[in-house]
Design a protein around this ligand. Sequence first.
Ligand code: NDP
Ligand code: GDP
Length: 348
Amino acid sequence: MKKNVIVTGVTGQDGSYMVEHLLANTDYNILGGVRRLSVPNYKNIQHIKDKRFKLIDLDLSDVHSIHEAITKYKPSYFINFAAQSFVGASWSFPQQTFDVNATAVLHILECLRKHAPDCRLYNAGSSEEFGNIKYVPQDEKHPSEPRNPYAVSKCSARQFIKIYRESFNLFAIQCWLFNHESPRRGIEFVTRKITNGVAKIHLAYKNKKKPEPITLGNLNAQRDWTDARDCVRLIWDILNLRSPNEYVIGSGSSYTIKDFINPSFECIGIKGKWRGEGVNEEYVYKGDVLIKISPEFYRPDAINSWQDIRTADITKAKKDLNWNLESGLKELAHSMVENDISLLQNLD
Ligand code: NDP
Ligand code: GDP
């Protein structure tokens, strides 16, 4: 009997890459959990045509569907990527964020404990859990002082995981993943918003039209961006360690939003100039404003810039794991811009 792996969030970024990784590197059956939407959203998985990959109904806001999936498939691994994953939306939907990101994890744990106690569970944690940054870079011991509803939900899930691991000996873990991106990143996240906007600007110039500026929020935030494809490889390795262990995962470097903007424009041959300050800051090229700022995209937790410097201390991951990054920020930005250009061209 082949082992069953349940992966949730397969229509999203990490879940879809994890399915590809598992199909390429194991002979397991992969059950991809999807929720019902009025218009199905399978663009990240529609190219996968392997008989070992099957979609199953699994809505994390419905405890019965969690129960049904676990009792029916008795998984050897449960990889939970499904979430309300956008920090910005977590102020608009705090309860839904908590239900899906925390309460559902409790249901998964409880159900695994009763029906598949040997199953290995990975739940997606986040550098957002650290919240108020006390020191840079952040390691596994950095305190958690969440500053938004998303971070609270991930911290709560972490506590449930810890309790079930310690009380019931479940192999259940949650690593602290720093921001990771790819051409499949959700469109509202800052990197993809930039690369999508740059692709539109490229096509506007190509068609001799005036480009629309990209409107952003706080440019002072710093993030540790890696490639999502590197992250899923590592998560699978962590899930297969001899005993449960949790790691901070990132590149170990921190970048400003401008550090991502510059290579994105370079990819289409544009080298503009920054002028002005704060909300009046702009990125200008040959008289055209290509980036402007609007307070609309500032977050309620953007208290000041030093608190929002996210950098992973990957000492532990490097020591225990074979953590080799396959691409740098420039290659990542270029792959995202090129993908967005071809997506937009195919729409024409
Ligand atoms: P995405 O936003 O790309 O994917 C989220 C997935 O969750 C989608 O497939 C979505 O399905 C699914 N989902 C949402 N609500 C439900 C629900 N009620 N029931 C079932 N499925 C649901 O996220 P990422 O792939 O970027 O991130 C994966 C995980 O890692 C998330 O938990 C995220 O919070 C966490 N994380 C991500 C980081 C990053 O930088 N990417 C950093 C740190 C943590 P649908 O298509 O139907 O909306
Ligand atoms: P997050 O780190 O999970 O919140 O990932 P995001 O990509 O959404 O945001 C990364 C950082 O970019 C945050 O500090 C945001 O405040 C900042 N940022 C600046 N402008 C924007 C914007 O227009 N959209 C988003 N999503 N983030 C922005």
